[in-house]
Structure formats: structure tokens, C-alpha cells
Design a protein around this ligand. Structure first.
Ligand SMILES: C[S@@+](CC[C@H](N)C(=O)[O-])C[C@H]1O[C@@H](n2cnc3c(N)ncnc32)[C@H](O)[C@@H]1O
Length: 236
């Protein structure tokens, strides 16, 4: 069996039915297609508005593909309570809210309260009642210890990459059995798999990937959407 090479091209493999088949086309093009195949249409003005605010603020909001994965996961776990680290201007929050139960509450933390004001406006413009989101300004590692044990169906981490391992420890405490934790940006623009010397942020991301994979209480999957979305379900 020949597996795809790092360029994204591969030519032959043996599938599960024992048949050799050619893999044609450009994997990168397929990834780009998958990432754009989402739910973010031109007619969703609140999302586009939130994206524009992020762009102006120099923030990187989640891609359409990552957003649709978050929406899917929130719906799949029938999320009533979601915790988000890194509100930004609300792009990921909008996706999460769309996937959650109609009575679900998104608790979203950001050290920048000005960004949270944009997110608040975006959620309102999208038609979500004010009581669907709880905005907590502050640094994640000061706020998270105040959130309830086992009280969350999903935790989405998109704050400081250097703190991701600490977010993981907090998430294991916050999640109910069967809940899901997600980490945005684990590809670090390709640096995570680049053999050249890398900054501390990338080394921490590699450590996170290792710890999640080796955890006895997590079932992980690394989704190749956006800049890499590491997801893991907490075993029941
Ligand atoms: C990449 S942006 C989040 C984008 C957002 N999830 C979206 O898709 O629209 C990262 C955010 O994390 C916030 N942040 C960075 N470090 C933080 C920390 N230690 N605690 C809380 N928020 C933090 C930043 O202020 C910024 O708004």
C-alpha cells in the first residue's frame, strides 16, 4: 500500500476491498474545497460583519470549514452549554450558537472586552437572544477555574496557543462524560510538521497533540479544516 506523500499527491493504494486504485487530483484542492464547503453563505450578513471586524482588528477568525465543523459538533452533542476561549469578534461563536440547542448558552471568554462588544452585536444581528451568550472578559486561566465542573457539553479553545495544555486540563474538568473539546490552529500554518527549528508555541502544540493522542480518557480526531482543528471526546 502506498500512502499519500507530503505534497498531497499519491498515485496508487490498496483500499479496504483489496482493490488497487489510482488517487488522482490535487489533495490541496480537495482540502480547499472542503474548507469552503460550509454553511457560510453570502446571505449570512452577521457572519460576514463579524469577519470584517476581525479583519480590521488583525484577528484570525475560524474558517468556514472550521465553523461548520464546530456547528456540526455542537449539534451532535446536543449542546446546551458550550465554553469558548477566545471570543474574538464572534465568528466561531455564531457557528457554535447555530449548532446548539435553542435554549443553549454559550459562555465565551476573552481578555479583550472590545472584541466581545463586536461579538455581542453580531450575535444580536443574527437573531440570538441576549440570554444565549454569557460574555466573560478576562484571561482564560483566571476565568476557567470559576466555571462549573462537568457543566459543559463542548469546550472550544482558540485563545493563547502557549496555554493550550492548561486549557486541556481545565476542559477535562469542565466537560461532562461524552463531551467534546476542540483546539483551533494546531497546524500552525504547517510549522507543526516542519522539521526546521520552531518557536515555543509550535513545540507546545506538538506536546498537546501527543498528550491528547495518548490520553486514556480522550478519543481524538485531527480534522484538516482551516488551520487544523484537534477534537477529542471525553470518554463516558
Ligand atoms: C484567534 S482570536 C479568536 C477568534 C474567534 N474564535 C473567532 O473565530 O472569531 C483569539 C482571541 O483570543 C483572545 N485571547 C488571547 N489570549 C487570551 C487569554 N490568555 N485569555 C483569554 N483570551 C485570550 C484574543 O484577545 C483574541 O480575541
Amino acid at each position: 500500500m502506498r500512502v499519500p506523500d507530503s505534497s498531497g499527491y499519491s498515485h496508487r493504494c490498496v483500499d479496504t476491498w483489496g482493490q488497487e486504485r489510482a488517487i488522482t487530483g490535487n489533495r490541496q484542492t480537495s482540502w480547499a474545497f472542503a474548507d469552503a464547503y460550509g454553511v457560510e453563505h453570502i446571505e449570512d450578513p452577521a457572519l460576514l460583519w463579524a469577519r470584517d471586524r476581525a479583519h480590521e482588528a488583525g484577528l484570525r477568525s475560524v474558517s468556514s470549514g472550521t465553523g461548520s465543523a464546530l456547528r456540526l459538533l455542537a449539534a451532535a452533542v446536543d449542546a446546551k452549554a458550550v465554553a469558548e476561549i477566545g471570543t474574538g469578534t464572534g465568528v466561531s461563536g455564531l457557528h457554535l450558537l447555530h449548532g446548539m440547542r435553542p435554549d443553549g448558552v454559550l459562555t465565551t471568554v476573552d481578555s479583550d472586552p472590545e472584541c466581545q462588544q463586536f461579538a455581542r452585536q453580531a450575535f444580536r444581528a443574527a437573531g440570538f437572544a441576549g440570554n444565549r451568550a454569557r460574555f466573560i472578559p478576562g484571561r482564560a486561566l483566571e476565568v476557567l477555574p470559576r466555571l462549573a465542573d462537568g457543566g459543559y457539553d463542548l469546550v472550544f479553545c482558540d485563545g493563547d496557543r502557549l496555554e493550550y495544555l492548561d486549557y486541556l486540563a481545565e476542559s477535562l474538568r469542565l466537560l461532562r462524560p461524552g463531551g467534546v473539546v476542540c483546539f483551533e490552529g494546531v497546524f500552525a500554518d504547517g510549522r507543526t510538521v516542519d522539521s526546521a527549528a520552531q518557536p515555543a508555541e509550535v513545540l507546545r502544540l506538538r506536546e498537546l497533540l501527543r498528550v491528547v493522542r495518548e490520553s486514556a480518557v480522550l478519543l481524538p480526531s485531527l480534522l484538516p479544516v482551516g488551520d487544523g482543528l484537534l477534537c477529542a471526546a471525553r470518554r463516558g
